[in-house]
Ligand binder design. Sequence first.
Ligand SMILES: [Zn+2]
Ligand SMILES: [Zn+2]
Length: 290
Amino acid sequence: MLPYATAAEAEAALGRAMTRAEAAWLCYSASMPDHLLYCHNVAILLLLYTLAPLPLALLELRARAAPDGVAAAVMRPSTYKLQPRAHLSPAAFLRCYLDTGRVLLLTVGTLSLVSYPAVKMVGIRTGLPLPSAGEVAAQMLVYLLVEDYLGYWIHRLLHTRWGYDNIHRVHHEFTAPFGYAAPYAHWAEVLILGVPAFTGPAIVPCHMTTLWLWFVLRHLEAIDIHSGFNFPFNPTKLIPFYGGAQHHDYHHRVGGQSQSNFSSVFTFCDYLYGTDKGYRYHKASLEKAC
Ligand SMILES: [Zn+2]
Ligand SMILES: [Zn+2]
């Protein structure tokens, strides 16, 4: 809840006129308790999870229904689909969506209700001024690097015998991933992966709007690497060291025995710790065959 009753009070405290974004934020959040603002992340997550994978899911279903159509052409081995022989039925899509939605609602919803004191303690702020674009970009970069590094080691632990058999095997049920399978996981894994996601904001506290943006970014990234498609025009190809769908698809394709490609965002942890050797050999074999 912001400590200003009017725009004039807010501008007096800022010592300048508000930007349009700040005026909109004041209007939206002035009388809303901070813990409710924080809980927006549950709605953001569920909305994003429902909508972001939908276009490619419809493309896959369309290709299945009309094998001679444009959608089917995109799915052919010579085009963009990474595992073109893998086809899911509408019922399988729906089961994955409903199971994942239920787990996300229970785990992320509960976590959001109980973790607000920690969010407040680390210094996530809701007031004015809003952060600059440069500040947001720098924080996103830190959060991505922290999540990538911690996530790499957590993922490796989840591939130990105990971690895999008891937790991580659920995420590997789909050997040919697709967008809706990105957060498909055991409830314990969803909670565990919250640690690398929150460590960045705990080290470098941000504004609540930046935290929302961080949730959006990391969920979009997860959906992208599980998409099952390697589009050459994907703008993420411009990001240095970004792993992308091809990198993570190999991890799923190899399956439970996979000891390769543990990184979720960038490729340098796998390179540094030598866990991309199988993938590099696989890529080299594909290039030789072309
Ligand atoms: Zn794995
Ligand atoms: Zn995965």
